[in-house]
Design a protein around this ligand. Structure first.
Ligand code: C5P
Length: 223
């Protein structure tokens, strides 16, 4: 029996990635976190494309796209992101990357740059891919599509606790602002905006924990 292709989209800090990882384990699928790719390009830009004001120079980034080679390689159970042969899986979670990624992700040139890369990863089936436009643009023919959301306050609370547990110095307000700003840019961009695919199942997990969300999604897949 052919293994399914599952698309999981939704707002930031809904737990999409960690939920997808667990579902991948349960169903023996490969999990692909597409946000990591936009983060990887943002990391490259922060390292190589800053102007005198220490801001990302988009033109400079566009002219250097051919110097960006991204790759997912397995490490223990899951895939980690490599940029030009170097593991950047930790670096792409830095706050400076989170604060800049949506500006990079809204550029049509960047989305085009990552389009085939993402489709190729799913070509053989047996994947669960999470992002913002997987069900709408990247894998419109996915076997299952979910759109995960939760209230902004709850999402900011989860993200804040996560960063605090990692020992990062951030305030709740900073986390809340980053999240709301990111969602706004992601939802309002012209190309491949964040939105629920017509045939996606809506999962609101404001009052559900991770296990409950996983069980709910699995119940749709296995029924
Ligand atoms: O999923 P994560 O929060 O790591 O994604 C980081 C950012 O990458 C998002 O806020 C969004 O701007 C961008 N992104 C996207 N399309 C995807 C995945 C992520 O535009 N499929």
């Amino acid at each position: 029996k052919k293994k399914p292709v599952i698309a999981i989209d939704g707002f930031s800090s809904t737990g999409k990635s960690s939920i997808s990882k667990q579902i991948a384990k349960r169903l023996d699928l490969i999990h692909i976190d597409t946000g990591a790719l936009y983060r990887g390009i943002t990391f490259f830009a922060l390292e190589n494309c800053l102007n005198d004001q220490q801001e990302i120079d988009i033109k400079s980034l566009f002219s250097q796209l051919d110097k960006i080679h991204l790759e997912f390689k397995p490490n223990h159970e899951f895939l980690e992101l490599y940029l030009n042969g170097k593991n950047i899986d930790k670096e792409i979670r830095e706050v400076r990357v989170s604060n800049n990624v949506s500006i990079i992700a809204k550029q049509p040139e960047i989305r085009e740059f990552l389009l085939d890369f993402q489709r190729n990863l799913a070509a053989k089936g047996g994947v669960i891919m999470d992002g913002r436009d997987i069900g709408t643009v990247i894998l419109p023919n996915a076997d299952f599509k979910f759109f995960v959301t939760a209230s902004p306050e709850e999402r900011a609370r989860r993200r804040f606790l996560e960063l605090k547990n990692e020992g990062k110095e951030v305030s709740y307000d900073e986390v809340f602002q980053n999240l709301v700003t990111r969602d706004k840019i992601d939802s309002e961009r012209e190309v491949a905006p964040l939105k629920q695919a017509e045939d996606a199942t809506l999962i609101d997990n404001t009052t559900l924990n991770k296990e409950e969300t996983i069980e709910l999604i699995l119940s749709h897949i296995l029924k």
